[in-house]
Design a protein around this ligand. Structure first.
Ligand code: SF4
Length: 299
């Protein structure tokens, strides 16, 4: 929904890296007709195989001012439910909440309710007040008929103190989400040294928040130890070795490495920009191709 990396926050834990376009201004970012044409082509393969079409992006998707039109177009094409991931920063705006009414699932996040801790963890655009976000979430719950799954991501030593947990608990009780998803820093964060909470701590938090929603779950753990490879320095080397063997699509690499699209895209972007690899189009598909071990020597 937005280009890398356009966001109203610059979260210390962001797996996409640091925000390069730190903004709260909504804009047109996409050619909606093109998105719908591509979706239409893929729909025959998707029917019955996907739970949701999820609006996300390399940043905050509600910054896309064409959100309402895009959702309406997708609804014209398919009955697959539509979800959105949001950092909640635009929810104080009644217009944005109205645009979200057509969706089936909203996954907003809320990591802190104390302004100082909110700023420490989410680094919002100046002027964003977390109490207004909490009120936006409460209003959203009143207005929205679909499911709301609230995600709270905990960083050790930042937003996991007992006093912040108590405040979060009170706020979430007022928001009344259908589900609470508790997450931590399972993937490499934007800022070095940001640490995950221990599994026991996450379980403790889940128990504490259990009165605030029907379902409270700990999410986000890597599904296999292959994901841990991405955190090592040899990750880029592995991708280069793979691409030296043959050009691959993104899906080929997901299958070959077991690493998520989002992590691969980040690394592939870095490697492309540094000149190690290039993107070639063939039969309508984008292939990543090895270019040079020493791109600085290329003319
Ligand atoms: S985690 Fe989400 S909200 Fe935070 S900076 Fe990254 S994209 Fe933005």
């Amino acid at each position: 929904m937005v280009p890398y990396k356009t966001c109203s926050f610059n979260c210390v834990y962001c797996e996409l890296g640091e925000t390069t376009n730190h903004t709260i201004q909504r804009q047109s970012f996409l050619d909606i007709d093109l998105v719908c044409r591509e979706l239409k082509e893929r729909l025959p393969q998707l029917q019955g195989k996907v739970d949701y079409i999820t609006l996300a992006g390399s940043g905050e998707p509600t910054l896309n001012v064409d959100l309402k039109d895009l959702v309406a177009e997708i609804k014209n094409l398919t009955s697959i439910p539509i979800a959105i991931l949001t950092n909640s920063s635009l929810l104080p705006d009644p217009e944005v909440r109205k645009e979200l009414q057509q969706l089936d699932l909203i996954v907003p996040s809320l990591d802190a309710v104390t302004q100082k801790i909110f700023e420490q963890i989410n680094h919002p655009v100046e002027g964003i007040k977390v109490q207004e976000i909490v009120q936006g979430l409460i209003d959203l719950r009143k207005e929205f008929q679909g499911q709301i799954w609230l995600e709270v991501l905990f960083c050790a030593g930042i937003n996991d103190s007992m006093s912040e947990l108590n405040r979060l608990h009170e706020a979430i009780k007022a928001i009344r989400p259908d589900r609470i998803q508790i997450n931590t820093v399972f993937r490499p964060p934007a800022i070095e040294g940001i640490l995950p909470c221990a599994p026991e701590k996450l379980q403790q938090i889940a128990t504490m928040l259990s009165s605030a929603a029907e379902v409270v779950e700990v999410v986000g753990q890597p599904r296999s130890d292959k994901v841990a490879v991405s955190q090592s320095r040899s990750f880029k080397k592995r991708i280069l070795e793979l691409l030296k063997r043959r050009p691959c699509t993104l899906s080929d690499m997901v299958r070959a490495t077991g690493i998520s699209h989002i992590e691969l895209v980040k690394t592939l972007d870095n490697l492309t920009q540094a000149g190690f690899i290039q993107i070639r189009s063939h039969e309508g598909q984008a292939y990543y191709q090895f270019r040079s071990e020493e791109p600085e020597k290329l003319t």
